[in-house]
Each structure stands twice: as C-alpha cells, then as structure tokens.
Design a protein around this ligand. Structure first.
Ligand code: S3P
Length: 177
C-alpha cells in the first residue's frame, strides 16, 4: 500500500455496496475532493452509462472506464469511487493500487439484492428473471478481484456513515489522513 500524504483513497466493490454514499461522506470527513468514476464518465461522454451500454455496448464502456480510471488515479489526495466492474481489469487495479489505498466495500448477495432491486440505472442487472441469482453469479466471478484490496469493510446492516467512520479509523491507523 502506498501511504505518502498524497495517497488517494479508492473505494471498490460490487454494485450496491454503498461506494458512492460512503465516498461522499468520507471525502467530507477527510476534506478531500471526491472523484466518482461513473460521474466522470457521464460528464466527459455527455450521456448516461445506461445509454453508453445500450448504444455502444459493454466493451466500449470498459474502454471509456479505463481512460477515466487513468485520469482519476493520476490525481493526489483525493477519494475515488469506482464502478463495480472497474477492478476486473488488471491494469485498472494496478493503477488504483499504486495511486493509494484501495478499500473494498463488501456485502452478502442478499443485502446487495435488497439495495439494487428497484434501481433502474444498472444495465448489467436490468431485465434479469432471477436477480438474486445473477447477483450471486457475478459476485462469485468478481470476489477474487475485490479480495486484492488493501482493506476490506463489511457494509451489511450498516448505514453509510458507520462504514465511513470505520474506514476513517482504519486509514488513520495506516497514516492516511
Ligand atoms: C458496473 C457498475 C456500475 C457502472 C456500470 C457497470 C459493473 O457502477 O459502472 O453500470 O460492472 O458492476 P456501480 O457499482 O456504482 O453501480
């Protein structure tokens, strides 16, 4: 883990683990700028992620995401929140890891299911006849990547503020303030 004062804090994890909400709170607590990679993509592309998926496909989205990750990882002393699939690309994971401390937000498939079941903006989970099954399947595929984070924090049955507090404590201990 890179721990100079310039180290970024990077939140990774499956959809619905609370990365964006926790990231917003954590960035305020740490007085750091927040870079939400999905927001950055939507701003630079001038369209929603669901539209990028629908018009250009997932492979094109991943190219755009790779570029946005490079941009975010080149910053210093920021909090970065990533999309759930960002760390599947080994180049993304290593760019994020060398830019700072990578924190994985974790949750059970059941918790994730409850959090994402009514969301309309996640193309990978849209129109699945058995959503819980799909969450389980994708989570199983992705778990090895999330495991490579420097720190892991459970978000089951916890509000974003509690999760942010725990991360802040862990970062303090690691000398990242
Ligand atoms: C994705 C997660 C989404 C978004 C895109 C793809 C994924 O972000 O990047 O829909 O592959 O898991 P959230 O994790 O913020 O929902």
């Amino acid at each position: 883990m890179s721990t100079p004062p310039s180290a970024n804090v990077v939140l990774v994890g499956f959809m619905g683990t609370g990365k964006s909400s926790v990231g917003r709170i954590l960035s305020r607590k740490m007085r750091r700028r927040l870079i939400d990679v999905d927001d950055l993509i939507e701003r630079t592309q001038g369209r929603k992620i669901s539209e990028i998926f629908a018009v250009d496909g997932e492979a094109r989205f991943r190219e755009i995401e790779r570029q946005a990750i490079r941009t975010a990882a080149a910053e210093h002393r920021v909090v970065i929140t990533t999309g759930g699939g960002a760390v599947i690309d080994p180049g993304n994971l290593s760019a994020l890891r060398s830019s700072g401390c990578v924190v994985s937000l974790q949750a059970t498939p059941e918790t994730i299911y409850e959090r994402v079941r009514s969301s309309k903006h996640r193309p990978l989970l849209a129109n699945k006849p058995d959503l819980l099954d799909e969450v389980r399947r994708l989570l199983r595929l992705r778990a090895p990547y999330y495991e490579q984070a420097d720190l892991k924090v459970s978000t089951d049955a916890r509000a974003p503020i509690e999760v942010a507090r725990e991360i802040k404590t862990l970062l303090d201990r690691a000398g990242i303030r």
